[in-house]
Design a protein around this ligand. Structure first.
Ligand code: COA
Ligand code: NAP
Length: 269
């Protein structure tokens, strides 16, 4: 699919942009002409992502860092801006997840996901703020349906991602004066991703997830990228504080179906 969006010369920073959905988003922006920065923990994933982005013909730079480490994240944004200039777009997508019943989650397990998804989003948007183009910048937080629909085995993720959407809304309120827009994109079940492999590990669970989507298909990474590009383009210039599901209608009821499937897959009942 060719994109109608143009980000020529713009600096787009993608946290967690070295695999899965976020890498797909980074690639789409690179194809649309952006200079792309990516960040994640593992240097080998960072190097591979930068090589892929450069192979698309664009400029790319990568940083190894953990979103749980605010000092490192501040440093990364300083270096990213020194390399490619002010950020036009920030996509905050780094996250962690594992399926487990609430009674099987240790305090540290719960804290790990909250630290990555919720605290990590806070550290990223706060450290990015001084380097964002003002006015005109766009921040998109990658959320999840668990933010507003309870799901079995996801108490930690539901709690963390609900907080992410509140970060979106409060940042949109506080930073509107600076001409910054802040939105959330909420992917439904996206094909070929670590996230769905964890939540629907068997072919049966994957098929149950597919049929629970009103459009009866998995989403693609490009579906999510298109929403991020629309929100960050001039076509989205009056949209801020929105939590946008991009899920084929899944949030209308399909999440309950995957919730039941997970119970079956993980507890056999
Ligand atoms: N069930 C229950 N608890 C689990 C678990 C599982 N499947 N997987 C990890 N945990 C617990 C660990 O036991 C540990 O708690 P403990 O110290 O009380 O034993 C805690 O979570 C932290 O585990 P650790 O492996 O040290 O964390 P990490 O910081 O290295 O990794 C995770 C964070 C656990 C979220 C890891 O899955 C990860 O890195 N995920 C990134 C990729 C991903 O999840 N992608 C999907 C889309 S978001
Ligand atoms: P993924 O491939 O595992 O992507 C997660 C990314 O975050 C990786 O680049 C990972 O790289 C990085 N990361 C993880 N922990 C980090 C940390 N502490 N610090 C810095 N970077 C970290 O998973 P995905 O399934 O594509 O999910 C991407 C996003 O979409 C997540 O926000 C997820 O919640 C959301 N989402 C996914 C789905 C789905 O269907 N898959 C549905 C709804 C929402 P490193 O390992 O190198 O750190």
């Amino acid at each position: 699919m060719t994109t109608p969006f143009a980000f020529s010369g713009q600096h787009v920073f993608v946290s967690g942009g070295t695999s899965g959905i976020n890498l797909g988003v980074a690639e789409a922006f690179a194809e649309a002409g952006a200079k792309v920065s990516v960040l994640s923990r593992k240097q080998d994933k960072v190097d591979a992502a930068v090589a892929r982005l450069k192979a698309l013909g664009g400029e790319a730079q990568g940083f190894a860092g953990d979103v749980r480490d605010p000092a490192r994240i501040e440093e990364v944004f300083e270096q990213a801006a020194a390399g490619f200039g002010e950020l036009d777009v920030l996509i905050s997508g780094a996250a962690g997840n594992f399926p487990a019943p609430a009674l099987g989650i240790s305090p540290n397990g719960f804290k790990s996901v909250v630290d990555i998804d919720l605290m990590g989003t806070f550290h990223v948007v706060k450290a990015a703020f001084p380097h964002m183009r003002k006015p005109g910048g766009s921040i998109v937080n990658i959320s999840a349906p668990q933010a507003y629909i309870p799901m079995d085995f996801q108490m930690h993720v539901c709690a963390a991602k609900a907080g992410v959407d509140m970060i979106t809304r409060v940042a949109a309120l506080e930073w509107g004066d600076f001409g910054l827009r802040v939105n959330s994109v909420v992917p439904g079940p996206i094909e070929d991703t670590e996230g769905m492999d964890r939540l629907a590990p068997t072919p049966e669970a994957k098929e149950a997830a597919r049929v629970s989507v009103p459009l009866a298909r998995y989403g693609t990474k490009r579906d999510i990228a298109n929403a991020c590009m629309f929100l960050s383009s001039p076509y989205g210039a009056y949209i801020s504080g929105v939590v946008l599901p991009v899920d084929g209608g899944w949030s209308l009821g399909g999440v309950a179906a995957i919730s039941a499937t997970m119970k079956k897959a993980f507890m056999g009942g």
